[in-house]
Structures are given as structure tokens and as C-alpha cells.
Design a protein around this ligand. Structure first.
Ligand code: LRH
Ligand code: MN
Ligand code: MN
Length: 393
């Protein structure tokens, strides 16, 4: 087992200090499966309270300075006021997630619906989300479409691609300077036969056609079991088309469990490709977001745990000896190269992360610090009738 020398320690801590992880507003609210939502005590009743909770996560970890919003779940009258509230709490508003999957009108799809009036309504919502970005100062519009078909022959696959391309084009053309369109793919659900953006290849092709402001989102729960996600990361990074992650864990389908809980080794392999592509720095433009639901576990601690899991995987990936890896790869030393990677993965980085937090004036154990803080007792007493995240009733 390799020891972490002083130089490496400094390099890794410096890189970790620059890391940014965005938490999702909906993860703070009640959520569940289609069978049951188990409400929790103290959950936020409005977007302001979700932001207050996100600010607690940031105060304890110093790596989660932004919160993603989902419209209309986080609809407010005055977005500039919401942005100001966030700033007062020490965080900022992040990606705006559009939602064209919850209206009765969208039974046969939103932007790929056969009815032009429904398509118009859906596109208008996407444009409204860009208006909101102008007010919140958000850089990213995150698009996921539930569009697809359940039965062969139900609708024309190719025509639906044309409708998708047209809607994306109109939205893309509305983007201002410095704004991006992030397209998220998903293999299946709620459509069970053919999803209109089912995989990274489809998302990549549309983003390529759109132009430089369009990039792909990898939601780690949106693939077939066994998919090599780190390959997708490497490919998209090399092509300059990776825009963001929606991090979560899955055992079966789109489980939305805490990132790093089901397969920490996969998370390490993903972060290794990020380090390999020099994409951890915020200037590299990759948004590292969580997209999770905490149906049975307490929400704020679950989000802290998730943030720490990403940090741990990142620290291990930063420990990979790049020179030794390149040398063993070049020499065709299969076992040696694998050992270089595994050495880093097997290193216990928790003491280093505790040291980093102490350097930053934080409690070295954010989970314990939250438990001691009294915040949960305060919100449990103050908040009655917490809001549901928006689905799963
Ligand atoms: C779809 C998805 C998408 C939505 C979120 C709530 O499964 O991953 O990112 O916006 O869930
Ligand atoms: Mn997602
Ligand atoms: Mn999902």
C-alpha cells in the first residue's frame, strides 16, 4: 500500500479545494416511489426552505455552493429575490431543470407529441426556463424528456426525431451568451418501448448538430445494467461534449439512491476519467450535480453523505500515479497498470479529507457536525406540512 507523500498530499488537497458539487432542490423535499411517499418531519415547504437546507450542506462541507432548481416545482413570483435569498445564505442558484413530463397534455409526449399545439406548449415552457435563467443568473438549462412510445407502431420514430431536433433548435437559439443547453438521456421509463433520447449517442448527435452551447448530461442511473459509464465520460470529454453529471446510485433501474452507495468503484472509475481529462476544475465547465431521492433516509444527512462520497472518490482518483500508469500502459504491463489504479482506489483518503476540512476551518466530520448542530430539531419544530418534490405520490 502506497503512503501519501507530502507533495502528493498538497496537490490532492489543492485540487479538492476547487471541487464544486451542486445539490438538487428536490432531494430536500418529500419523495417516494409510485407505491408510497413516506413524509418526513421538517422537510421544506417552499423553494426558500430548500435553499436554506442546501446552504447548511454547503456550510458543513464547503463543496456544495449551488442548488439546482426544477420548474415548476420551484416556481416563485420573483426569481431575482430567490437568487438574493440564496446569496444571503451563502449559496447560488444553479441549473434550471425544465419539466415537461407532468401535465395531462403530455400523455403522448411533449416536444415530440404528434399534436403541434402540445409541442408548442412544451417548447414555450423551455423558453420560459431560459427567461428564468436570465433572472437567476443560471448558466445551465437541463433538459430531460420523458418522450417516447410504449408500443411498436404507436408513432413514427423518425418523425419524432425531427420534432425533437426542431424543439431543441428553437430553445438553443434563445440561449444568451454564456448559457448552455444540457441534454440528458435515459434508456427507458416512463416510455417502455422507444425513448426519444435513450442514450448518449443520440444526445451527442443532437448536441453536435445544435452547436457549441449544447452538451450532454450523464445521469449515472440512466443506463442498461453493466454499461461502462467511464467510457462514455472519456469519449464525451475528448469530444468537448460533456456538460454535466446527474450523480446517483442504482442497483436495478433509475433508483436515485445516494451516489457512491451501490458501486463506489464505478464512481472512482468515473472520477479517474475526469482527472485524466483535467475536467475537475470549475473552469473546465463540467457541472457535477446530484440527482437523488431520499425516500426512507433523512434528507440533509443523506445529501451530506453523498457529497462526501463524491469527494472520497475524487481524492482516490487524484491519487492515481499518472506517470506510473502511463509507463505501465506503454510497456503493455497489464497487471502493473491495473495495480496502479487499484492502489489508489484502496487508499483510505478519509484522514486526508478530515485534514482538508480542518485546514478550511470546518469540522472534520460533517455528518457528526450536522447531528450536533440542532438544525434538524429547529426545522422539525418550525416546518409543518412539508412539500412533496413533485412526483411519486
Ligand atoms: C429523470 C430525471 C431527470 C429529472 C429528474 C427529476 O429520471 O433523472 O433528471 O429532471 O429525474
Ligand atoms: Mn437526472
Ligand atoms: Mn433519473
Amino acid at each position: 500500500m502506497t503512503q501519501i507523500d507530502a507533495l502528493t498530499r498538497d496537490r490532492v488537497k489543492r485540487a479538492l479545494r476547487a471541487q464544486r458539487i451542486e445539490t438538487p432542490s428536490w432531494a430536500y423535499a418529500n419523495s417516494g416511489t409510485r407505491f408510497k411517499v413516506f413524509p418526513q418531519e421538517g422537510v421544506p415547504r417552499n423553494p426558500y426552505e430548500k435553499i436554506a437546507d442546501a446552504a447548511v450542506v454547503h456550510r458543513l462541507t464547503a463543496v456544495a455552493p449551488t442548488v439546482a432548481l426544477h420548474i415548476p416545482w420551484d416556481r416563485v413570483d420573483d426569481y431575482a429575490d430567490l437568487a438574493k435569498y440564496a446569496a444571503d445564505q451563502g449559496v447560488a442558484l444553479g441549473a434550471i431543470n425544465a419539466n415537461v413530463f407532468q401535465d395531462n397534455d403530455y400523455k403522448l409526449g411533449s416536444i415530440t407529441n404528434p399534436d403541434p399545439a402540445v409541442r408548442r406548449k412544451a417548447i414555450d415552457h423551455l423558453l420560459e426556463c431560459v427567461d428564468i435563467m436570465d433572472r437567476t443568473g443560471s448558466r445551465d438549462l437541463k433538459l430531460w424528456f420523458s418522450d417516447g412510445t410504449n408500443y411498436p407502431g404507436q408513432d413514427d420514430i423518425r418523425t419524432r426525431q425531427d420534432r425533437l431536433a426542431a424543439a431543441l433548435r428553437e430553445t438553443y437559439d434563445r440561449l444568451g451568451d454564456g448559457q448552455r443547453l444540457l441534454l440528458e438521456y435515459k434508456l427507458f421509463e416512463p416510455a417502455f418501448y422507444a425513448t426519444d433520447v435513450p442514450d448518449w449517442g443520440t444526445a451527442y448527435a443532437h448536441c453536435l448538430e445544435l452547436g457549441p452551447k449544447a452538451q450532454v448530461v450523464i445521469d449515472t442511473g440512466h443506463h442498461a445494467p453493466g454499461t461502462n459509464i467511464e467510457f462514455i465520460v472519456a469519449f464525451l470529454l475528448r469530444a468537448g461534449k460533456l456538460g454535466a453529471f446527474d450523480f446517483n446510485s442504482r442497483f436495478y433501474a433509475d433508483d436515485d439512491l445516494m451516489v457512491g452507495s451501490a458501486d463506489p468503484f464505478q464512481l472512482f472509475r468515473i472520477m479517474h476519467e475526469i482527472i485524466r481529462g483535467d475536467a475537475l476544475r470549475p473552469e473546465a465547465g463540467i457541472a457535477f450535480m446530484l440527482d437523488q431521492c431520499h425516500n426512507i433516509e433523512p434528507k440533509i444527512p443523506a445529501i451530506i453523505r453523498s457529497v462526501l462520497n463524491v469527494q472520497e472518490a475524487t481524492a482516490k482518483a487524484l491519487l492515481v500515479d499518472a506517470d506510473a500508469l502511463a509507463a505501465t500502459q506503454q510497456a503493455g504491463d497489464v497487471l502493473g497498470a491495473n495495480a496502479v489504479l487499484m492502489d489508489a482506489y484502496h487508499t483510505d483518503v478519509r484522514p486526508l479529507l478530515a485534514e482538508l476540512r480542518a485546514d478550511l476551518g470546518l469540522d472534520p466530520d460533517p455528518m457528526a457536525a450536522y447531528a450536533r448542530s440542532g438544525y434538524f430539531e429547529k426545522i422539525r419544530a418550525e416546518r409543518v406540512g412539508g412539500q412533496q418534490a413533485g412526483w411519486g405520490a
